[in-house]
Design a protein around this ligand. Structure first.
Ligand SMILES: *Cc1c(COP(=O)(O)O)cnc(C)c1O
Length: 266
């Protein structure tokens, strides 16, 4: 795979936002594209939540995003998220944090303390530790089950054929409010290879809601990033996680955040 950002529907260079006004403009542009994608697909504009992803950007930029209207930010790494939370929670008490990356069970305690949402649940062990800590804190947490829809061995998330059995176990963790499914699509410039990942997540959700009584409430599909959110919306996304199109291009390659297959053909 080349070292460029995933270029699917969006191939533009992402300008860096360094003022409140710049954040306002970028957010408005993304929101407009989201709304248009909804309307093109017979959905209403409010159907899709925009989760702004702030990973790698410092608290100076986060303050600008906040002033431009962001009240929840997505972070891939727990330690980075917690550091930002510690620095900002007194100053901006209504700023919430969504952890969207893999969680080692020894970090579950921290997530139970500061996060409002966790989108990458893929282990019962993690569910168990989170639940225990949340009960102790008197809190609950919105969670998404992460599914590996791209079939890449090195990606996190449950294989699709294990999702039913996993979801059947979740009611025992009463502090977890299971909202739906989350996935990362294949990083590929060809929309025809990306789209099936999103379609698979939607099919899985529909099957879960049909097959498992307590899964009725699992409506959400968190799928779509800066490069591919319009395709994701066409396939039924209800939450898009957008970083670079709002904050600007990251210098850190995406494979720092999730393991990338090494053997991709050039
Ligand atoms: C970084 C990240 C995103 C956002 O990616 P962008 O290219 O910045 O839009 C979405 N989901 C996860 C899990 C991420 O780590």
């Amino acid at each position: 795979m080349s070292d460029s950002a995933p270029a699917l529907l969006h191939t533009e260079h992402y300008p860096t936002s360094t003022s409140v006004e710049a954040f306002r403009q970028r957010i408005a542009l993304v929101q407009q594209r989201i709304d248009q994608a909804c309307l093109r697909n017979g959905r209403s504009a409010g159907d899709v939540r925009l989760l702004t992803v702030s990973k790698t950007f410092g608290t100076d930029r986060i303050r600008l995003a906040y002033q431009a209207g962001c009240r929840m930010l997505g972070e891939n790494k727990v330690q980075e998220a917690e550091r930002k939370y510690e620095e900002l929670h007194e100053e901006l008490p209504d700023l919430q944090w969504s952890v969207i990356g893999h969680l080692q069970s020894n970090k579950a305690k921290s997530v139970a303390r500061f996060a409002s949402e966790f989108q990458a649940l893929d282990k019962l062990k993690t569910a168990e530790i989170l639940d225990r800590r949340l009960q102790a804190e008197g809190r609950s947490l919105d969670v998404f089950v992460q599914v590996n829809t791209s079939g890449e061995a090195s990606k996190f998330g449950l294989p699709p054929d294990q999702v039913h059995a996993f979801v059947r176990e979740l009611p025992q963790f009463s502090a977890l409010r299971v909202k739906g499914l989350m996935t990362l699509a294949l990083m590929d410039a060809d929309p025809d290879r990306v789209r099936p990942c999103f379609a698979l997540l939607r099919t899985l959700r529909d099957q879960l809601r049909n097959d498992i009584a307590h899964a009725e409430g699992m409506r959400e599909l968190s799928m779509g990033m800066s490069g591919d959110y319009e395709i994701a919306i066409e396939e039924g996304s209800t939450v898009v996680r957008v970083g670079q199109a709002i904050f600007g291009a990251r210098s850190t390659p995406n494979n720092y955040y999730w393991p990338e297959t090494q053997a991709e053909t050039p």
